[in-house]
Design a protein around this ligand. Sequence first.
Ligand code: ACO
Ligand code: V55
Length: 290
Amino acid sequence: MGAPPEFETVSIEIGGADGAEAGIGWLFFDRPDKRNAMNPTLNREMIAALEWLEAADEVRVVVLTGRGEAWSAGMDLQEYFREVDDAPPHVEIRARRDSADWQWRRLIHFPKPTIAMVNGWCFGGAFTPLVCCDLAIAAEDASFGLSEVNWGIPPGGLVSRALTETISARDAQWYVMTGERFDGRQASAMRLVNEAVPGEDLRARTVEVAGRLAGMNTHVLRAAKVGVKQVRQMSWDTAEDYLYAKLDAATGHDPEHGKQQGLTQFLDDKTFRPGLRAYDRSGSAGDERG
Ligand code: ACO
Ligand code: V55
């Protein structure tokens, strides 16, 4: 696939081929001097970066994190608000489209597993990409806030929509209306993130989780994640039909025949217990290549 492309406000690093980080594509908000605030350039570059990561065979899981002290300080108040307010309408339309395009649509539908590794500040607009990653692990002392009301706007974009996908209505109302901050431990208690760990353990814990996903059947993981997201908006009747269709499609098209391997290894060979770990992929016919 070649070296990752280079950007002004975003960067990509690929984990070494053999070590604990094999298969991990690190995607950084990379404007540490501006606390990784999302300006129109960053939003455009994130679209391109996600397209590259989607196509890179060596990348089996993506971790979205921030350089420096911040995960992301939200939308750039100078470049996304003030400058766009003064520009012709088409500039605002484009900026808003690019913003939603990666923060919500591309991330939520990303074909490989995604993990938000929240290393520090997370404000306002940053809640959208946070929620749209499949999993999230935060530093205990990361600091979160819906700070929109503090500077005179209600949350816009998809921020409130993303928030209510994860935390309770009571918590959403509290934090959207007060603008108060909360830390990683509280974010975990509210289920905004899966776990909070001490800052010094954040990278190791993320590598452990990402590495486990990278070692699994990506074809099956993709079907599992799409299914669990889609059924939230379905009736039980529709969901039953859809999930069986998904199951049959996923197993029928699985290039490494995971279901057959799992059944054989449990029922015939008696070499593993599916409740306790994944089947042995080492004898797989071939890895997934699309
Ligand atoms: N937009 C534009 N610039 C920003 C943003 C932002 N959201 N956040 C930080 N910066 C810039 C600062 O203007 C400053 O730039 P300068 O060095 O050119 O003056 C630089 O980043 C460093 O910021 P400081 O405030 O000096 O850093 P500090 O570490 O003291 O504070 C903090 C960090 C708490 C994140 C603070 O910068 C802050 O409150 N940022 C705004 C957070 C916010 O409310 N974001 C918008 C949410 S609303 C939305 O996203 C829709
Ligand atoms: C916000 C985010 C936006 C936007 C307006 O609340 C406000 C933050 C991500 O886009 O267009």
